[in-house]
Design a protein around this ligand. Structure first.
Ligand code: ADP
Ligand code: MG
Length: 248
């Protein structure tokens, strides 16, 4: 199931920025991608150069004219996710999370229940942190030890890294030691991220040579590789079952 869930334990970490960057980067790699805003704040579109008053088509709506930016389809999953039967629909496979399309879901930090439900069906969970005391204070809530024990599905991104700041340097070292290769990327703090939103442009268009975009490209490669690895593992896990069914 090509669902990538972006969920951080705290707001303001850059979860939406990372979700948007992943969707855009995976699309550039040739994947068919839908960026799914599951938040009430509806901020994902800002990283696609869209204006605040642009509404996104609903996930379950039949749309004739898809809203796409740079090849990425944009949908809102907020209404669908808050229907009472959402978890059941997800379990039953009634939602369009099968097939070749990669869905990158941006889930609000406060929506931990939804994040949990989605993570069960996701190929990957990307958790964005920042090198700040408030972000590190959330670590017991994520329970990295348990996350690390899960079958390779929770990964971490350190965003808004400014190595000129002492605390940020130390926090980055600490997180690298704690998370090991679960920390799949670092993204530098870069004013171009904010400026691009203000200019109603994507980061790639506004600042193609920016540090944050180069970092994001590395994250995209890592995520694409992990998703491909997971897909291969799923095939291997499914193969003995298929063989058994054929024999029966
Ligand atoms: N790497 C970065 N460098 C500079 N500013 C960033 C970076 N990542 C995110 N931001 C800014 O931080 C703020 C929060 O980002 P956002 O993606 O909305 O966070 P979240 O979804 O976790 O609440 C926004 O103003 C955004 O432009
Ligand atoms: Mg957000």
């Amino acid at each position: 199931m090509p669902l990538i869930v972006c969920h951080s334990p705290k707001g303001g970490e850059g979860n939406s920025f990372v979700a948007a960057g992943l969707a855009q980067g995976l699309s550039l790699l040739g994947r068919d991608v839908v960026a799914l805003d599951m938040t009430a704040a509806d901020g994902l579109k800002s990283y696609f150069g869209l204006a605040p008053d642009q509404s996104l088509p609903d996930l379950e709506e039949e749309v004739i004219d898809q809203l796409t930016v740079g090849g990425v389809g944009l949908r809102s999953g907020w209404r669908a996710a808050h229907q009472p039967d959402f978890a059941e629909a997800l379990r039953a496979g009634d939602l369009p999370f099968d097939g070749e399309t990669v869905f990158v879901a941006d889930v609000a930090s406060t929506d931990t229940g939804l994040a949990q439900v989605l993570r069960r069906r996701a190929r990957l969970h990307v958790c964005t942190l920042t090198p700040t005391a408030m972000s590190l204070a959330q670590l017991p809530r994520i329970n990295p030890a348990r996350a690390l024990g899960e079958p390779e599905r929770t990964t971490f991104v350190l965003n808004q890294l400014d190595e000129t700041r002492r605390f940020a340097r130390h926090a980055a070292l600490f997180l690298r030691e704690l998370l090991g290769d679960k920390l799949i990327a670092q993204i530098h703090r870069d004013e171009a991220v904010n400026e691009a939103v203000g200019m109603l442009q994507t980061l790639a268009r506004y600042a193609p040579a920016s540090a944050a975009l180069a970092d994001m490209e590395r994250l995209v490669i890592a995520v694409d590789g992990l998703c491909a690895g997971e897909a291969a593992d799923e095939t291997v896990r499914a193969a003995p079952r298929a063989a058994k069914n054929e024999a029966a």
